[in-house]
Design a protein around this ligand. Structure first.
Ligand SMILES: Nc1ncnc2c1ncn2[C@@H]1O[C@H](COP(=O)(O)OP(=O)(O)OP(=O)(O)O)[C@@H](O)[C@H]1O
Ligand SMILES: CC(C)(CO)[C@@H](O)C(=O)NCCC(=O)O
Ligand SMILES: [K+]
Length: 279
């Protein structure tokens, strides 16, 4: 069994994947802010032969996790951001400083689409671009929904946006504090993604497919009118592409990959940008 770990600032996600069948056997998540205890929080390390890790947590958290796992598991692969991988060149001046979760998303996205915009709606909302040909441009970092809410200190931090709420309702003016905050941060997130996507497609002269992942991807997706696909396992898919182990992975198939969304025409993207600047 393969243990895949996606250690974020808020949540640490894990999944167990069968090497023989390439099926996902189980998955879960634990709060990163609390003590990260692989022994207690991940079931049955005895069945694990290989671990793949993407971590943006503090260095000590990763070091501890790796040390613990190396004692129990044969092979531990830790993903790192680097100047070039799998046909993609990193756009950062110092590539090793790019969050490896973003790098995993970019590599997975490029592998699937041959050029795209990747959006990770987690503790932060990150937006990255990789052009056909493999040039990563860099990207944008915006506070995530939870962070935006916490920063307001209006006692609404635990009032979550119902992921099933209709986007049309979320766009209306809120009539109590919780609604005003939820609708406001929803607008902030959706508008930012919209504008960033349109600006960069416009300036690069190319309409790129748009991929979303992360804990808040479903909510943000509801507000986006641009064609896009949600890919919950996009960071894991980057680990699969970097460290292929199963037959399917070696053949280049990434688990949970969506159908490539057909991007809107560049004319349409430019028209929406023109409207948003006029009003
Ligand atoms: N059950 C949940 N527990 C915690 N957060 C959740 C949950 N469901 C949705 N969320 C939302 O998901 C977001 C966290 O997303 P995600 O799990 O992608 O974060 P992360 O990987 O820790 O982010 P980062 O890598 O940026 O630190 C939070 O902002 C929160 O609003
Ligand atoms: C931005 C986050 C927190 C998103 O998870 C992560 O990718 C990170 O810590 N990145 C390092 C900074 C950077 O990417 O420029
Ligand atoms: K993340």
């Amino acid at each position: 069994m393969i243990l895949d770990l996606d250690i974020g600032n808020t949540l640490s996600k894990w999944r167990l994947k069968d090497i023989a069948s390439s099926e996902i056997r189980s998955r879960g998540a634990v709060w990163t802010r609390e003590e990260w205890r692989p022994r207690a929080d991940i079931p049955d390390l005895d069945v694990v032969s290989t671990v793949r890790i993407s971590s943006v947590a503090r260095r000590a958290v990763l070091d501890e996790t790796v040390a613990l796992l190396r004692r129990r598991v044969g092979a531990v692969h830790v993903a790192r951001s680097m100047p070039e991988a799998l046909g993609v060149t990193c756009g950062y001046e110092e590539p090793e400083r790019l969050g490896v979760d973003r790098w995993m998303g970019v590599l997975a996205g490029y592998h699937l689409t041959g050029g795209c915009c990747t959006v990770d709606c987690g503790s932060a909302i990150t937006v990255d671009f990789v052009l056909p040909g493999g040039r990563h441009l860099g990207g944008y970092i915006v506070p995530g929904l939870r962070l935006m809410k916490e920063s307001l200190k209006l006692g609404t931090r635990n009032v979550a946006i119902d992921p099933d709420s209709e986007a049309d309702d979320l766009l209306l003016p809120g009539r109590n504090t919780a609604a005003a905050v939820n609708h406001g941060i929803f607008m902030a997130a959706v508008s930012a993604v919209n504008r960033i996507y349109s600006e960069v497609c416009d300036s690069e002269g190319t309409a790129l497919p748009l991929l979303l992942t992360g804990g808040d991807a479903r909510v943000v997706s509801r507000g986006l009118r641009i064609p896009h696909a949600v890919w919950p396992d996009m960071v894991y898919a980057g680990l699969e592409a970097c460290f292929p182990l199963t037959a399917a992975e070696r053949a280049g198939r990434m688990s949970g990959a969506p159908r490539v969304p057909q991007a809107a025409s560049l004319e349409k993207i430019r028209a929406s940008l023109a409207i948003s600047m006029l009003l």
